[in-house]
Design a protein around this ligand. Structure first.
Ligand SMILES: Nc1ncnc2c1ncn2[C@@H]1O[C@H](COP(=O)(O)OP(=O)(O)OP(=O)(O)O)[C@@H](O)[C@H]1O
Length: 577
């Protein structure tokens, strides 16, 4: 039997129902407005009838006859008087209208006592900052009128400030960061610590607006974000400063959240990222989140100075060229990355000169992740070897044209120890965890317009892309799926994003094309053969860091990227086994 289509109201009934409901509500509102006098009179008649009934029941039985007689006499007189019934009806309606009027007391104007006290206390606290002895008509004076200074205010249910507009005298130096910081600090203390405030200075009108920011959502898990190629979601922020929203799934629910999107690639003005934070604030989690997104369109090289195996889940995955935890592997991989950047650059230039499209192997994005390079710098200095950071110079300087993106993460106090190239070329910045305004200004190049708080959840911080505004940021929860503390839902979310494993994680090679297989054999032979002593391998492998190594960078040949001569295959093999 042929199926009949659902009636339209059932197939797209949601929108229609909502529209009908809206129409009905508007009609009801208009009818209520028109019928308001009748409603009032009806209510009044009801009240009069209730009062009459009450009076009747309260009257003792022996006096009810007299009362009845009185009422009947009144009715008779009214009936006999000319226009009596008409006048009686008019009088009854007037009485009913009076009785039926809305008697809900109007909301009290102005704040209650405790709120007035708060406003007065804040006003008094601002007097030393916003007054001058020479001012003949001070806006701020001890015992003065706070109403003139605070033209708008709002409180939350707990009686704390939710919104406040503060007028200040024109001579206040609102153009100086220090003066502003003093006021912001004072307001944070007086309006209640533990919340984040957003300050908007209107220098033209001499107004300061203080708003309390809602907490950023911490329950967003890793997922496939709806972004274009070259876009990476760093995290989520306030709706006020970002126009775009991303549709997210949260369990069964769907919701739209404003993201901080970082653009990489040839047209990016901030092609490289630096993430800073105190230990345990979520820097590795952010790198993992970025890596999972990068894997959809590019190849990854991960160098982990933290040595805690945070990237073990990526080892051997399709698109992951290597995960290095030892100094030797780090040096080798980064040397390869530098040479690969040069190779891509030359190929792109040659193609341009010949008026051709750049070859495919220069267009697939290559991502270099370097977590805790300061740990490697320390080891390298102790061992008399090259600092791996120095090898980042070429990818950082020329990466944009060659589709090579560098992501560096380190501890907040290591900022000064990072190489000049890293500091100069990482124009996308993120700071996670608690940080002072000075630390944030040093790391981001500008202070945030909100007050940093002491207690923040992991993955909370600030992001700034180039010279753009400083955004509050919450990184999506992307925990290590191999960590026992990870919840099942989060583990599943991360595992679902991982591409299949094409190379076994235990160091054995997955089936590869014959050419690459032969190459791998040669390097293995060299390693096991009577080779000359290898200082690199000894030094690095004596480190306490556990080696979690994936496929060697030679595998780049499988993707069409040529390994440079500078990469000693032997060293790679030594490191990866
Ligand atoms: N965005 C986030 N949402 C939820 N939990 C997070 C987030 N970021 C980090 N965490 C949790 O915080 C803890 C520390 O995270 P992570 O290891 O990424 O920090 P880290 O800064 O790299 O620290 P370390 O330098 O010690 O490795 C982990 O348990 C992690 O699951």
């Amino acid at each position: 039997m042929a199926r009949r289509p659902l009636p339209r109201i059932l197939s797209n009934g949601g929108a229609q129902l909502a529209r009908s409901r809206e129409l009905a509500r508007t009609a009801a509102d208009s009818a209520t407005d028109v019928l308001q006098p009748l409603i009032t009179i009806g209510r009044g008649l009801r009240r009069l009838a209730a009062a009459a009934r009450r009076r009747w029941t309260e009257t003792p039985k022996d006096r009810r006859g007299a009362l009845l007689f009185l009422a009947a006499s009144v009715v008779l007189v009214v009936a006999l008087v000319p226009y009596g019934p008409l006048l009686a009806v008019i009088a009854l309606m007037a009485a009913a209208a009076w009785q039926g009027r809305d008697r809900t007391p109007p909301a009290p104007e102005g704040p209650d006592d405790s709120r007035t006290q708060r406003l007065r206390a804040l006003y008094e606290a601002l007097v030393p900052y916003f007054s001058l002895a020479e001012d003949p008509d001070p806006l701020y004076a001890h015992g003065g009128a706070w109403e003139k200074a605070f033209p708008a205010y709002d409180f939350d249910d707990g009686g704390r400030f939710a919104h406040l507009v503060i007028r200040y005298p024109a001579y206040f130096t609102d153009g100086e960061a220090e003066s502003r910081a003093r006021i912001e600090h004072l307001l944070t203390a007086k309006a209640g610590r533990g919340r984040e405030y957003h300050f908007t200075w209107n220098e033209e009108a001499n107004h300061l607006t203080v708003d309390v920011l809602a907490a950023l959502p911490t329950d967003i898990a890793a997922q496939r974000f709806v972004t274009a190629p070259g876009e990476t979601v760093l995290g989520f922020t306030d709706p006020t400063r970002v126009q775009r929203t991303l549709p997210l799934t949260h369990g069964e629910e769907q919701r739209d959240v404003p993201p901080v999107v970082w653009r990489t690639g040839i047209r990016s003005t901030e092609p490289h990222l630096l993430v800073l934070g105190q230990p345990g604030t979520g820097t590795s989690t952010l790198l993992r989140s970025v890596a999972l997104q990068a894997l959809h369109h590019g190849d990854l090289l991960i160098v982990d100075g933290g040595g805690t195996g945070e990237y073990a889940c990526l080892v051997g995955r399709d698109g992951v060229l290597a995960v290095e935890c030892g100094l030797t592997g780090a040096l080798t991989s980064l040397e390869w990355a530098a040479a690969e950047t040069e190779r891509r650059l030359i190929a792109v230039n040659r193609a341009r000169q010949q008026g051709e499209v750049p070859p495919d192997d220069t267009r697939r994005p290559l991502w270099v992740f370097l977590d805790r390079p300061s740990a490697f710098s320390h080891l390298a200095a102790a061992d008399g070897r090259r600092d791996p950071q120095s090898l980042l110079q070429v990818p950082l300087r020329h990466g944009r044209a060659a589709n090579v993106t560098v992501v560096v993460a380190d501890q907040l106090d290591a900022l000064e120890g990072l190489s000049d190239a890293v500091r100069q070329h990482t124009r996308a910045r993120v700071v996670l965890g608690p940080a002072t305004t000075d630390e944030l200004t040093a790391a981001l190049g500008a202070p945030p317009h909100t007050t940093p708080v002491d207690q923040v959840p992991p993955g909370r911080g600030y992001a700034r892309l180039g010279r753009g505004p400083v955004h509050r940021l919450q990184v999506p929860a992307t925990p290590d799926p191999y960590d026992d503390a990870t919840s099942e839902a989060h583990r599943r979310a991360v595992l679902d994003l991982l591409p299949p494993r094409t190379t076994p994680a235990d160091g054995e090679r997955a089936p590869v094309p014959a050419e690459a297989e032969a190459e791998a054999e040669i390097s293995t032979e060299k390693k096991t053969g009577p080779a000359e002593p290898e200082p690199e391998a000894h030094g690095a492998d004596a480190e306490p860091t556990p080696v979690v190594a994936g496929p060697a960078p030679q595998e780049a040949t499988m993707r069409g990227t040529a390994p440079p001569e500078t990469v000693p295959a032997r060293a790679v093999a030594a490191e990866t086994t």
